[in-house]
Design a protein around this ligand. Structure first.
Ligand SMILES: C[S@@+](CC[C@H](N)C(=O)[O-])C[C@H]1O[C@@H](n2cnc3c(N)ncnc32)[C@H](O)[C@@H]1O
Length: 229
């Protein structure tokens, strides 16, 4: 029986290449890794979770779908207690600050042999700022619609020297590699949210919001299509 994944998790999987050894941190049910093995994409999967309950669910699913030889489960805070022999780290469905604390505790990830696929549920600007200030580059980022939500998934490489501007923390250039209708909607939502936050806080509005909005409202003419309905 084939597992069916949400559009959000399928988009994460689109960043995995054939033969990749994948580490899915914060796996919960383990579905992402099982799907990648069922499709013959990943060659092996490390699945980890900080909470025993979800990890047990992942272990049961690994057994149910017959992948005990290729998918190993670890109880671990971030990557602290997992083996390091993987090619791609996936962190999905977590807050941006949780992903930051996972990356911050593992300096060995700052290495061009690892790729990161990151999908955060909150604080995306903070996460983009953190990773690019520390030497990672957002190589590609995609917007995906899942129910009434718009998420983004980013593929990140160790490649120092690609810091972003304040506006790009909110809407990074990587989103413009393959723009679709969701990209324009994401731009609209980001700028609308900044406008609302600034209006709500008036003179107490953080300068970061004001600077980001100014930058995003004054994009070069070739990006005017983002403002079209
Ligand atoms: C909302 S679920 C997301 C599951 C799956 N990755 C997805 O995107 O559908 C978040 C999972 O991350 C786990 N988690 C939270 N903080 C973690 C950490 N520091 N290290 C490992 N797992 C963590 C939680 O226990 C939970 O199972």
């Amino acid at each position: 029986m084939n597992i069916s994944l949400s559009p959000r998790l399928l988009t994460c999987c689109n960043f995995i290449s054939p033969g990749d050894r994948v580490a899915d941190v914060g796996t919960d049910h383990g579905y992402l890794g099982i799907w990648l093995l069922q499709q013959g994409i990943a060659s092996s999967v490390i699945a980890s979770d900080i909470v025993p309950g979800p990890l047990s669910a992942a272990e049961r699913n690994v057994e149910k779908y017959g992948f005990t030889d290729k998918m190993k489960c670890y109880l671990s805070d971030g990557v602290q207690s997992i083996p390091r022999d993987f090619d791609v780290l996936v962190c999905a469905g977590m807050g941006g600050d949780t992903i930051i604390s996972i990356l911050g505790a593992a300096h060995w990830l700052k290495d061009s042999k690892y790729r990161l696929v990151l999908q955060c549920q909150s604080k995306a600007p903070l996460l983009r700022r953190y990773i690019t200030d520390r030497g990672w580059r957002i190589a590609e980022e995609t917007v995906v619609r899942d129910g009434r939500f718009l998420y983004t998934v980013m593929e990140v490489w160790w490649d120092p020297g690609h810091n972003l501007t304040v506006g790009q923390w909110y809407f990074p250039p990587a989103l413009l590699e393959n723009p679709g209708p969701e990209t324009k909607e994401y731009y609209r939502r980001v700028t609308d949210n900044l406008r609302k936050a600034i209006a709500g806080q008036k003179e107490n509005a953080p300068q970061e919001y004001v600077d980001a909005l100014r930058e995003l409202e004054n994009l070069p003419p070739e990006l005017d299509f983002l403002k079209e309905e």
